[in-house]
Design a protein around this ligand. Sequence first.
Ligand SMILES: O=c1ccc(O)c[nH]1
Length: 343
Amino acid sequence: MDQFSFTEICLHQLKMSGVHEGEKLIVLTQGSERLDYADAFMAAGMRLGAKMYHMRLPPVPPAGAWAVGQTGLAAMPEAVEALKAADMLIDCIFLLFSPEQMAIQAAGTRILTAVEPPEILARMLPTKELRERVEFAGDLLSKAKVMRITSPHGTDVTYKLNTYPAITEYACTDEPGRWDHWPSGFVFTGGDDDGVDGTIVVAPGDILLPQNIYVRDPIIYTIENGWITDIRGGLDAELVKSYMAGFSDPRGMGMSHVGWGLNQNAKWHRMVPGEFPGGMGMEARSFYGNVMFSTGPNNELGGPNDTACHLDIPMRGCSLFLDDEPMVLDGDIAVKEMKYNFK
Ligand SMILES: O=c1ccc(O)c[nH]1
């Protein structure tokens, strides 16, 4: 995408995030990554009269695995203080799950993560309509006590929901201290620490992130009292187990967030070679009617597990019930106010 168009979509983003004259914004990058994002956001912010600067951290050696929560900010408390003093941080590094992100949010700075390739950002711009449906979903989720997920492949798992908040992601943020991620379009929460039980069968066509692959043969997870006690299946199960073992951290077997996708512009099929422009798979996390469960940390929700071993697994064709009321039925949104009006 040319820099002019990139600036235009960033302008749309900043308007949707309520940026106005005189606000203090910082764009955070690291090494030589996403310097064009900083340029585009700064050009857009200047047009809205914001006071902006670009904070560029030194490069970090490329990690083999996706180790969440570990950032270059940890060694720089002065930088964290500067970010706490801003109205809005545009995070082009990916700080989610880090104690630094939590401290910055707690200080009232709103945070927008933007790390996906520009063509994905452009394809999945935030809209008021998406926000309304996601917020409706978030309200229902925040009141629920039990979530049950089933599928024709044999998934039947129950999450007790008495501990953690519901988090909405609709790809822009205009409230102090609120984090969001562009692009997105989903809701999630976490089960009680000892309150997830059952079986999840990840079926062919479901997606493993950060592996960015479609599953070819079923992976069967057994979950007891909030912990994965068994993972079995064929090659895909072996890949997951081997990846997780690489962290040498048994807390990777914890249950992380769980929820469903609502973004009609996100397409399940777009991760095939030739169509996938790279990135961390936010389109897969967001596609309409997916049910996504995740393994590993729950510290972003306020929980005690801060393992760096995290997988997100969006699944097709599932049903998801809150207190026995269907939210998603066979991979389709089941509640009128959450449905997109496909013409
Ligand atoms: O936006 C995100 C990205 C990753 C994740 O695990 C949750 N939400």
